[in-house]
Design a protein. Sequence first.
Length: 144
Amino acid sequence: MNIKMDFPIYFTLQEARAMLPEVKSSLEKIMKLKKEINLLKSIKIDSNEKSIGAELALMELNQKYFKKMHIFYKELSELTKNGIVVKDVNDGLVDFYSKQGDTDILLCWKYGEPDINYWHYIDVGFAGRKSISLLEDNKSVKSN
């Protein structure tokens, strides 16, 4: 399988905002799956018990676990293919590559926020988020 993708994919602020409903929906699925996977991982079946019932329970648990993992990574992969940078699944933190003039920046959104209201430089991260209003002109945030 030969997949060629050009990364990063750059978004204007408007393009990133237009993607939010899709991103939010995917993140909700991913976050729910992560909780379900963690729950499945917490279930303990005594593997020393040699009964058929224990073996069947273990196989069913593993089947559910790997099915959830497959769906989890499929959803995560779709976001990534669309140029979304998933920074933290637990908090629902994502970034969109953008440009301010010739400088790469990240438009930053966290699950639960009503809109993309923050950005930061590539090497700064979440702690260095700045208000979108601090950009000289929202139109200067453009795609390549």
